[in-house]
Design a protein around this ligand. Structure first.
Ligand code: ATP
Length: 348
């Protein structure tokens, strides 16, 4: 015989590694269902970022603790995402992570593509949406010429590259359309892309990574208004100009009440392919200082490495120091998405 109080007591030994308290005290053990006859314990946890290192570790610890009861343990993760499934355009997508930058050319698309592939590598089901109307380049970055297919029911099936489902404005935009026409097209094209695409191969997606157009104009706002973004990553480079732009990006998300997961610094240290050395051309620590000043998590620094552009696949899949830096960024970003969900759950 066992009872709920005993289990709740035992779960007080499971710490949330990022929130600094145990999961029971944080209110993250939302439901416990014990069946003594069938010898099963079903536990619902307030976790929202599948495959994030912290949530994987919490679930593992919960299993360890419950193991001693000798019952079959079933864990379910469920959080209030603050969106009504009836009303959202993407009911089958658990998290939408937008990747933004204050200005162009800082490596936003590169970071978005690697974030998507890195999340897939952790085990998640991932989609990558290239919403950069002004320079859609995600298919090329992912090394894919595949085009979307259509089903008999006239649904669009996205190509799958490195286990990530991708959709891009590139598939729909008339390349000869002047850039000035593209902004107004966004809303229409976006709505169609969300609604008519068969994401998740008919099931769910754990993450949709959205590569936003650079800057903080109307197009970006339209995008934020039409999809429930669960977290934003801001990409910057170490130069102070880029940092000013990043600040504007943060203001845009704040105005829209979109949680910012943190700041990623790209092209910081130069990884020299000839001498194998690492050089801080623009100085070091700029992104981290900026994150500190603005009270944002620092998600990591990605070196300026020619291999990022020349490798046959997104760099995160390679086996070198730059790939490790990118993977560390992916893990930190998804951990922060988990923090956003667990904080909300804990305070509700
Ligand atoms: N860490 C890096 N090391 C080396 N090259 C990089 C790195 N990050 C990005 N690049 C290269 O820089 C160029 C610009 O990157 P990317 O297209 O990702 O930028 P962006 O911010 O999305 O630009 P835009 O949105 O203006 O099109 C690409 O050729 C890309 O391969």
């Amino acid at each position: 015989m066992t009872d709920e109080d005993k289990i709740r007591g035992a779960l007080q030994s499971v710490e949330d590694p990022l929130l600094g308290d145990d999961i029971e005290s944080l209110g993250l053990v939302t439901e416990i269902d014990i069946d003594d006859e069938a010898e099963t314990i079903d536990v619902t946890l307030g976790l929202g970022a599948p495959y994030s290192p912290s949530e994987t570790s919490i679930a593992g610890r919960v299993r360890d603790v419950l193991d001693e009861y000798g019952y079959d343990v079933e864990l379910t993760a469920s959080v209030d995402r603050g969106v009504d499934p009836e009303e959202t355009v993407l009911p089958n997508v658990k998290n939408i992570i937008a990747v933004a930058s204050g200005k162009g050319g800082v490596g936003k698309s590169t970071v978005a593509a690697n974030l998507a592939v890195g999340l897939g590598d952790l085990g998640a089901r991932v989609g990558l949406f290239d919403a950069d109307v002004y320079g859609p380049n995600v298919p090329q970055m992912m090394g894919s010429d595949d085009q979307p297919q259509a089903t008999e029911e006239e649904e669009i099936v996205p190509p799958v590259v490195h286990d990530v489902e991708i959709m891009s404005m590139e598939y729909l935009l008339d390349e000869s359309a002047p850039a000035i026409w593209r902004g107004p097209m966004v809303h229409k094209v976006l709505t169609q892309l969300w609604e008519d695409v068969q994401w998740g191969r008919g099931g769910n997606l754990d993450y949709m990574v959205v590569d936003l157009p650079p800057g903080t104009g109307d197009t970006q706002l339209t995008m934020l208004q039409s999809i429930p973004v669960s977290g934003a990553v801001i990409v910057t480079t170490p130069q102070s100009v880029a940092l000013d732009d990043a600040e504007r990006g943060m203001e845009m998300f704040a105005e829209h009440e979109t949680p910012v997961l943190g700041i990623a610094e790209n092209m910081a240290t130069f990884a020299c392919p000839d001498c194998g050395g690492r050089h801080d051309i623009f100085g070091s620590g700029g992104g981290e200082e900026f994150a500190e000043e603005t009270d944002m998590p620092f998600l990591g620094s990605i070196p300026l490495d020619p291999a990022v552009r020349t490798a046959d696949q997104p760099i995160v899949l390679e086996d070198d120091e730059t790939a490790d830096a990118v993977q560390a960024f992916v893990e930190k970003a998804v951990d922060m998405q988990g923090v956003v969900h667990r904080r909300r759950e804990s305070s509700s």
